[in-house]
Every structure is written in structure tokens, then in C-alpha cells.
Design a protein around this ligand. Structure first.
Ligand SMILES: CC(=O)SCCNC(=O)CCNC(=O)[C@H](O)C(C)(C)COP(=O)(O)OP(=O)(O)OC[C@H]1O[C@@H](n2cnc3c(N)ncnc32)[C@H](O)[C@@H]1OP(=O)(O)O
Ligand SMILES: CC(C)C(=O)C(=O)O
Length: 516
């Protein structure tokens, strides 16, 4: 390679694994597949699809993703034991390119208090795990969990041994977000300098955001430490305060190529669609002032800035909104728009509907909405397409209609019509508020016994004509699910969200109410 020619920075997305570890962000198999397809469209190098040994559902999701994704490597996490590794290998079996990612904690605290193992036992188990994983694939990643709080001599010993066993990627984990950029970067540099076979592996960073430094730590790991893989998630989703945000890493390295001098394979125009999809599926709203993907990231409110931008955009913009997937909104969609304009917008948003029938159904819903709302924004389209895709998931409960009455000084009441396994049913109840009345009405029929953990309403666009997107998070018997519903009427959106969550809790083998 010519001197100074840029090296590649591998983007390893773990939205479907570490992202899913955010309390309340659990995803169904179909939701994971939709996100995985979007990640592939965005050209991420590695998709960590889940933790195969965690549950049969996660196993099935990884297997399905492994069978569908062709252009990215598909990865499963596994503990450092034969059972987890074999399960990961089995789930990844259909993948064209597969990676097993095994990990074991190396910090004194984790070894003694959590694993209850001696350093020598950890050393041996890490080696054996990598040796076993290599039987299934030649792409094996090892992470010393809580690496940034580990003893350097011990880390050198373990990492040299796992590289000798065939680990091809070493992921220096800042598991609890304890790192400080300069220190973290130098720890990585020291490891690479001290470990004799360090050049046989690609070095990676995986940083958590407990102190808000995940992106800074990751970039220090790249620049000071020489890491050539960054582990990250869409919108920075992840355990506790989250992970390194993919969109921030990618745009920092691209925008400041003069400094980083690294190549990235990401199609950045797919970033905003990915962000919206993940937010919509998990119910985790993106804050307006979030870098790159927040609604205000390219908005200018003050006169001097507006004047500058009108004269030359780069006075106040270091990136172009179109380059990260904010649409330039050339064509305004409304009730007079035709199928071609609608299809073109779907394409721009990175939404690939599988068949012409699906496009037609989505188009019909678009026309219905356009009759009620003068201008249809991208967010409306994402919401209606996502509703459309949900309706293909064989809904057991399906919203039909409702009427609701609220008057000052009176208890709100609601009657709801919805179908249960195709049979229409109506119910009514009172509540402490309109949404409470609706939930009570539905519960008179379903009797799910689920606990409502979260109820949130987001205006999808601006103004009083905006559709409301409601997320309801329900918990039952240890399972937590999110239901999302969108409508111009937020009470209807709430009923749809509640039924969508009930659908996720429902399964044929384990009915919510065996009487139904
Ligand atoms: C830093 C991270 O993000 S790591 C990934 C975290 N993600 C998850 O934990 C999500 C998926 N996890 C799960 O579904 C479950 O925890 C399972 C299926 C993996 C294990 O479930 P259980 O067998 O019931 O064990 P439980 O979760 O209670 O405890 C974890 C066990 O794994 C051990 N363990 C923890 N890390 C590792 C590791 N890397 N390698 C081997 N064993 C490990 C613990 O010491 C504990 O062992 P013990 O039961 O002998 O005390
Ligand atoms: C499994 C590892 C990489 C992890 O998620 C962490 O340490 O945070």
C-alpha cells in the first residue's frame, strides 16, 4: 500500500445486540430483520445480530438475518463457553460471511466478584473459547470485557494468547464508560506495542456512554491507539446510557478526513432513514438537538445564521443535510400525488417494500391520510409503511374504530371496536383519562394482565395537523414489548399502539387470555 494511502475503518453495528440491551428496546424477529436490511443498505461492514444463546427468539432472529443478509458479515455474541459458541455457530450457519464474537471479563473486579474465577482460569477459558470458535469460522472476535479497568500485564498475557489461538479481531471494551479519551487511546496503543503478535489481529473499540464520552473515546482509540474497527449503534442506543453513536463516528471521520485520513464504506444517505427506523421500532425518540440525526441538526433559527446560510451554506453547516439522508423535499406529497412520486419517495427513504401488492396497500393508506392532512412528510410515510408492514405480521388483535367522550367535570368514556383473530368485537369502559378509558375498554375483552410501563406521544411532524405517534411499553411475565401506533387522532393512535403491543405479547401457544 502506498505511504499515506487511507486505511479502512470497519464499522461494526451492534444495534441489534447491545442496542437491544437498552431497557425497553427489545425487538421482534421481524423488526430485527427490517433493521438488518437497512444496515446492509447503509453498507455497514459487520452486523452483530444478537446473542444466540440468550433466547430461542434471538437465535431465530440471528438465523433469519444470516440467511437474508449478503453484503455484510453477520455476527453473534457468545459467552466464553462451548455451549454458547456452538449455539452462535448454529444460528450463523446460513450466513455467507459469519463472525463469532466471544468475550470474557478481565478486570480484577469482574473476575473476582462476578465470574468468581482466578486470573489463570480466565486466561485458560479465553484461549479455549477462541480455539473452539475457530472450529466454526475463521472470523473470530474476542473482547476482554471491562478491558479499560483491567491490569495491563494481565491483558497483554490474555490477548497475546487469544491471538495465538486465532482471534482475528480484538475488541478493547470500555464496558462501563470509565475511559477518558487520551488514557483509553494510550492503553490501546500500549497493548498493540507490547503484544508481540498484535499485528495478526484487527483492533477494535467498544465504548459506552456513561460519562458522555463514548464517541470521543472511540475516536481516541482510533487515532492514538490504532484501532481499525469501531463498534457502534444507531442513535447511540445501548445498555444504560448507550453506546457510541454510529452516525457521529461516521460523519466525524468523513467530515474531518483531513485529520483522520481513513476510508469508510458507509452510504451516509441511509443514516437518517436508519435513525428513524430504529427510533420508530424501539419507541426511543431522538432528541431534536442530537448530532446528525436530530430534527434541529440542520435547522437555523437566528437571523445572523439564516443570513449566512442563505449567502453560503458552509458558513454554518459543516455537512450537507442531503448527505446524511435528510431529504431535500423536492416534491411535496399530498392527495394529488401519484404512485410514481410515492414510490420515488419510498426509494429515497431507503424503504424497500417487497411486492407491488405491498406498495399498492401502502399507497392506498397514503391517499387515505392525504385526504385528512394537506401535506405528507417523510415521517408520515415511514409511520404508515411501518403500520402496513405490521399488518402483515398476522395481527391477532386489529383496530377497527372507536368513539370517545370527554367533558370537563365528567369521567371520560370510550367504546372500541377491534377484531380478535378476525372476529369483530366491541367493548366500552370509563377511565381516568381518554387513553385510560380506551385501555380499560380493550382490557374488558382481552384481560391480558399486562403492566403499562411507558406511554409516550410524539408529534411526527410539526403543527396541529401532525400525526401523533404513540408508543406503549407493556410488560408481562418478564417480557417487555413496545407497541407503536400512528394517527392524526392521538386517541386512535393510542388504541393502535396498545393493540400492537398486545399482538407482540400474544402467541398462539401462550394466549393472553385462554378464554378467547
Ligand atoms: C457487557 C455485555 O454487554 S455482555 C452481554 C450482556 N448481554 C446479556 O446478558 C443478554 C443475554 N443474556 C442472557 O440471556 C442470559 O444472561 C444468559 C442466557 C446468557 C445466561 O443466563 P443464565 O444461565 O441464567 O445465567 P445468568 O444470566 O443468571 O448469569 C450469568 C452467568 O454467566 C457467567 N458469565 C458471565 N460472563 C461470561 C462469559 N463471558 N463467559 C462465560 N461465562 C460468563 C456468569 O459468571 C454467570 O455464571 P453463574 O451462573 O455460574 O454464576
Ligand atoms: C461484549 C462486550 C463487547 C460488551 O458489550 C461490553 O463490554 O460492553
Amino acid at each position: 500500500m502506498a505511504a499515506n494511502s487511507p486505511e479502512k475503518l470497519i464499522i461494526f453495528d451492534t444495534t441489534l445486540r447491545d442496542g437491544e440491551q437498552s431497557p425497553g428496546a427489545s425487538m421482534t424477529k421481524d423488526e430485527k430483520i427490517r433493521i438488518a436490511k437497512q444496515l446492509e443498505r447503509m453498507k455497514v461492514d459487520v452486523i452483530e445480530a444478537g446473542f444466540a444463546a440468550a433466547s430461542p427468539g434471538d437465535f431465530e432472529a440471528i438465523k433469519a438475518i444470516a440467511g437474508i443478509i449478503k453484503d455484510s458479515t453477520v455476527c453473534s455474541l457468545s459467552r466464553a463457553n462451548d455451549k454458547d459458541i456452538a449455539r452462535a455457530a448454529e444460528a450463523l450457519q446460513p450466513a455467507e460471511r459469519k463472525r463469532i464474537h466471544t468475550f470474557l471479563a478481565t478486570s480484577p473486579l469482574h473476575m473476582e466478584k462476578k465470574l468468581r474465577m482466578t486470573p489463570d482460569q480466565v486466561f485458560e477459558q479465553a484461549r479455549l473459547a477462541v480455539r473452539y470458535a475457530r472450529k466454526f469460522t475463521d472470523d473470530v472476535e474476542f473482547s476482554p470485557e471491562d478491558g479499560s479497568r483491567s491490569d495491563m500485564d494481565f491483558l497483554c498475557r490474555v490477548l497475546e494468547a487469544v491471538i495465538a489461538e486465532g482471534a482475528t479481531t480484538i475488541n478493547f471494551a470500555d464496558t462501563v464508560g470509565y475511559g477518558v479519551p487520551e488514557l483509553y487511546g494510550h492503553m490501546l496503543k500500549t497493548l498493540r506495542e507490547r503484544i508481540p503478535n498484535s499485528d495478526k489481529a484487527i483492533w477494535s473499540v467498544h465504548c459506552h456512554n456513561d460519562l458522555g464520552m463514548a464517541v470521543a473515546n472511540s475516536l481516541a482509540g482510533v487515532m492514538i491507539g490504532g484501532a481499525r474497527q469501531v463498534e457502534c449503534t444507531i442513535n447511540g442506543l445501548g445498555e444504560r446510557a448507550g453506546n457510541t453513536a454510529l452516525e457521529e463516528i461516521v460523519m466525524a471521520v468523513k467530515t474531518r478526513r483531513d485529520y483522520f485520513n481513513l476510508d469508510i464504506g458507509i452510504d451516509t444517505t441511509q443514516i437518517v432513514p436508519a435513525s428513524k427506523l430504529v427510533s420508530q421500532i424501539t419507541g426511543f425518540a431522538v432528541q431534536p438537538n442530537k448530532s446528525v440525526v436530530g430534527a434541529n441538526a440542520f435547522a437555523h433559527a437566528s437571523g445572523i445564521h439564516q443570513d449566512g446560510v442563505l449567502k453560503a451554506r458552509d458558513t454554518y453547516e459543516i455537512m450537507r443535510a442531503e448527505d446524511v439522508g435528510w431529504s431535500a423535499n423536492k416534491i411535496v406529497l399530498g392527495k394529488l400525488s401519484g404512485r410514481n412520486a410515492f414510490k420515488q419517495r419510498l426509494e429515497e427513504l431507503g424503504i424497500a417494500l417487497e411486492s407491488e401488492t405491498e406498495v399498492n396497500a401502502a399507497f392506498a393508506r397514503f391517499k387515505e391520510l392525504a385526504d385528512r392532512k394537506s401535506e405528507i412528510f417523510d415521517e408520515d410515510i415511514i409511520a404508515l409503511v411501518s403500520d402496513e408492514q405490521h399488518s402483515h405480521d398476522k395481527e391477532f388483535y386489529r383496530f377497527v374504530s372507536l368513539s370517545q367522550h370527554s367533558e370537563t367535570g365528567e369521567k371520560p368514556s370510550a367504546s372500541v371496536v377491534f377484531s380478535i383473530d378476525g372476529k369483530e368485537s366491541s367493548c366500552e369502559a370509563e377511565g381516568n383519562g381518554p387513553v385510560d378509558a380506551i385501555v380499560n375498554a380493550i382490557e374488558t375483552k382481552v384481560a391480558s394482565g399486562a403492566e403499562l410501563l411507558l406511554f409516550s406521544v410524539n408529534a411526527i411532524t410539526t403543527g396541529t395537523q401532525s400525526q401523533g405517534e404513540v408508543t406503549m411499553r407493556l410488560s408481562k411475565a418478564g417480557r417487555i414489548v413496545n407497541g407503536v401506533g400512528a394517527d392524526l387522532d392521538i386517541v386512535v393512535a393510542s388504541a393502535k399502539a396498545y393493540l400492537s403491543a398486545l399482538n407482540k405479547l400474544h402467541s398462539k401457544s401462550e394466549k393472553l387470555n385462554p378464554q378467547l
